[in-house]
Design a protein around this ligand. Structure first.
Ligand SMILES: [Mg+2]
Length: 221
């Protein structure tokens, strides 16, 4: 059988030997219900700052990369915490909107917005994969470069409601692509690397990083 490139479930899924599947979250199981650029632009307007979504998108991409570089260059690369994750978003918002009285209020607004389950919507292909794995009797969990807000969102947001474990980087103390991120998940799921499959939408942070940790990995999206 030839798999259609848009097929929701690849051949041989779950792969032989895998007993637990761990999904990335953003872009894999859920995505922003309204684009990040539009959401930021609207938050800016509420504080009297008019920035068009295209400018937001360009500045956001640069700001995002700057924060990734900071983590990569840290004394212990990709180590993280709740305060580091909050600071990441504070600095991204500051990079997008620039210095000024409104920026702090915009950050507070956006932090609260993305803590709401309704700020997110399921990704159909990810939902199908997660359900296929659950139906096959595997343990399904999520592990994500995210913060403690994910713990409050997950019980209210399909398909995160279906998973057995939710592991944001802020809680396990490491971000992808660090191997220690995957080691921490192995301990929590009591599995060896070869028993684990990581599913994600990022070729580097998800697929390559998981493979480097000895896991099987699958690119989706
Ligand atoms: Mg992702």
């Amino acid at each position: 059988m030839v798999a259609h490139p848009r097929s929701a479930v690849p051949d041989a899924f779950p792969p032989a030997g895998v007993t637990a599947i761990v999904f990335d979250v953003v872009g894999t199981l859920v995505e922003p219900a309204v684009s990040v650029a539009d959401t930021y632009a609207a938050a800016g307007r509420r504080q009297g700052v008019d920035l068009d979504p295209a400018t937001v998108a360009r500045r956001f991409a640069t700001a995002w990369r700057r924060q990734e570089s900071i983590d990569a260059a840290a004394a212990t690369p990709f180590v993280t915490s709740r305060s580091r994750e909050r600071e990441r978003w504070r600095e991204i918002v500051a990079d997008v909107f620039g210095p000024g009285d409104a920026t702090a209020a915009i950050f507070t607004d956006l932090w609260a917005h993305f803590a709401l389950p309704q700020a997110w919507r399921p990704v159909p292909r990810g939902v199908t994969l997660a359900q296929t794995a659950i139906d096959a009797g595997l343990v399904v969990a999520v592990a994500s470069n995210f913060d403690e807000r994910l713990l409050d969102i997950a019980p209210h947001l399909d398909p995160l409601t279906r998973v057995a474990g939710v592991f944001p980087s802020s809680e396990i103390g490491w971000r992808k692509p660090a191997a220690e991120f995957f080691r921490q998940v192995e301990r929590r799921l009591e599995r060896r690397p070869e028993q684990l499959l990581y599913v994600g939408d990022d070729p580097d942070l998800d697929v390559m990083a998981a493979a480097n940790a000895g896991w099987q990995s699958l690119l989706v999206g």
